[in-house]
Ligand binder design. Structure first.
Ligand code: IMP
Ligand code: MG
Length: 175
């Protein structure tokens, strides 16, 4: 049923790698001399983070978080459940959140507040994809790989029902 669009490449692996190199360079320049922790949001961000971190030339550490929203009725309140928390002390550090896609903005809005409440000195967001049509909360996204239109995106870490994360390119599913 979905397989007809799989194979239609929207964004190639080469494009993503070049973008990671470009943003990695910007991050390297922006955070010279800072203590940086790069935090990947599982599971969607893993491929993008792997590309990005190789392009960042800073003395930094990495960590991961896993989150899910509580369900449709509470999503708009911004309540997010933490399934795996950080293991790093982030006090006074610069935190770079690495996400696969910003859609409603609810998840990142929550995480930004959460990291600030745990004492991060600065929280910046770096997402592979931005889907502005889905936005429900206003949020500043510092680094954006690619802007996509209002389609359901899969591949390069992004899933539908846990499938397609391993596709080495970005594609979409027809409704
Ligand atoms: P937000 O809180 O609505 O911004 O949700 C972001 C999360 O929803 C992402 O981290 C993805 O896991 C998921 N998501 C949103 N849009 C898509 C999509 O088009 N494809 C796959 N996952 C998506
Ligand atoms: Mg996700």
């Amino acid at each position: 049923m979905h397989e007809d669009t799989i194979g239609t490449v929207m964004i190639t692996e080469d494009q993503i790698r070049s973008k990671a190199a470009e943003i990695g360079k910007q991050i390297t320049e922006a955070f010279q001399g800072e203590e940086v922790v790069m935090v990947g949001i599982l599971r969607g961000a893993v491929l993008w983070m792997a590309d990005l971190m190789k392009a960042v030339d800073l003395d930094m550490s990495i960590d991961f978080m896993a989150v899910s929203s509580y369900g449709a009725s509470t999503r708009s309140s911004g309540v997010v459940r933490i399934n795996k928390d950080l293991e790093t002390d982030i006090e006074d550090k610069v935190l770079i959140i690495v996400e696969d896609i910003v859609d409603s903005g609810v998840t990142l809005n929550y995480l930004k507040g959460y990291f600030e409440s745990r004492g991060a000195r600065k929280v910046v967001i770096c997402t592979l994809l931005d889907k502005p049509a889905g936005r429900r909360v206003d949020i500043d996204v510092d680094y954006i790989g690619f802007t996509v239109d209002d389609r359901f995106i899969v591949g390069y870490g992004l899933d539908y029902d846990q499938k397609y994360r391993n596709l080495p390119y970005i594609t979409y599913l027809e409704d």
